[in-house]
Design a protein around this ligand. Structure first.
Ligand code: BV8
Length: 240
């Protein structure tokens, strides 16, 4: 890998947080195995039973608050500090491990666990505490209109205008720890490929998306991503 890239996009999924102790969604003991996705992560579920969905995320908040970034997240900070390129992170994860590791340019397309949105006035505010359907919005003071600022199935993603620009101009697209089954995020690699980017997938196993990746690196992200980033940094040093 001796090419020097100018615009790197890293797409992350639940797999990058696995070595921080957070469960993924579709592994055998996955998060959703304890809950049907239709009961907690769809806009219909929220409209049908808001407090059931609030409780699901209220229970998740303390674990995500306490979680610590792992070597994969920390390696991204080193890449952003030392490599001569713009590095953007598009994450499907609602945890804040990228931020805790000091990563910059993080785009949470599926939202964030510590954010609440008011469906009445659009105010988005941060909390790590519990929310229930009777709570009032700190801005418009209306009760019963608060929702976790998490993109449920059937809702549009956040930051998609920014994502479109990033994918069109990227020359290296790295996917880390995602099963590639949730759209439109699973289609980002195809856009990057058609825009001329080199594409690399880091996962424990082959995914349903493998056709669009030039290179597959198998293993835990806490090991494979630092190794890949060292390759990039070495190439940039040799070019100076
Ligand atoms: C939308 C919030 C427009 C909840 C989530 C075709 C085109 C467009 C849309 C669709 C389509 N077909 C169907 C749809 C609809 C739907 C969809 O994609 N359904 C799927 C199931 C088929 N998409 C949507 O609804 C999206 N919205 O399209 O808007 C629209 C509007 C109206 C009507 C229709 C369409 C919204 C999608 C967002 C849903 N919300 N999360 C929450 O997070 O609590 S999705 C959820 O899945 C999480 O965000 C998660 O991040 C994401 C993807 O999962 P992964 O991160 O990949 O996690 P997973 O467990 O699956 O995989 C982990 C991977 O890591 C594995 O591969 C494993 O091998 C690997 N791994 C494990 N350990 C490690 C590791 N790798 C490396 N190292 C390790 N240590």
């Amino acid at each position: 890998m001796d090419k020097i890239y100018k615009n790197i996009v890293i797409l992350t999924g639940a797999g990058i947080s696995a070595e921080s102790g957070l469960s993924t969604f579709r592994s055998a003991d996955g998060l959703w195995n304890n809950h049907r996705v239709e009961d907690v992560a769809t806009i219909e579920a929220f409209e049908r039973n808001p407090d059931y969905v609030h409780d699901f995320y209220n229970q998740m908040r303390p674990e995500l608050f306490a979680a610590k970034p792992n070597a994969a997240h920390l390696a991204i900070s080193e890449l952003q500090q030392k490599y001569p390129a713009e590095v953007n992170i598009i994450t499907q994860n609602v945890d804040t491990l990228h931020e805790k590791a000091g990563n910059k340019n993080v785009w949470h397309i599926h939202g964030q666990i510590n954010q609440i949105v008011c469906l009445n006035c659009g105010n988005v505010f941060e909390t790590w505490g519990d929310i229930c359907s009777e709570d009032e919005c700190p801005q418009c003071k209306i009760r019963g209109m608060l929702k976790p600022n998490i993109v449920f199935f059937g809702e549009n993603l956040l930051y998609m205008n920014k994502v479109d620009v990033l994918l069109e101009k990227c020359d290296l697209f790295i996917s880390v720890g995602t099963s590639g089954v949730v759209y439109p995020a699973a289609g980002f690699v195809q856009i990057a490929k058609y825009a001329g980017a080199d594409t690399i997938e880091l996962n424990m196993e082959e995914t349903s998306n493998n056709y669009f990746f030039d290179r597959h690196i198998f293993g835990p992200a806490g090991t494979t991503l630092p190794q890949l980033i060292n390759e990039l940094l070495l190439a940039s040093k040799n070019k100076v």
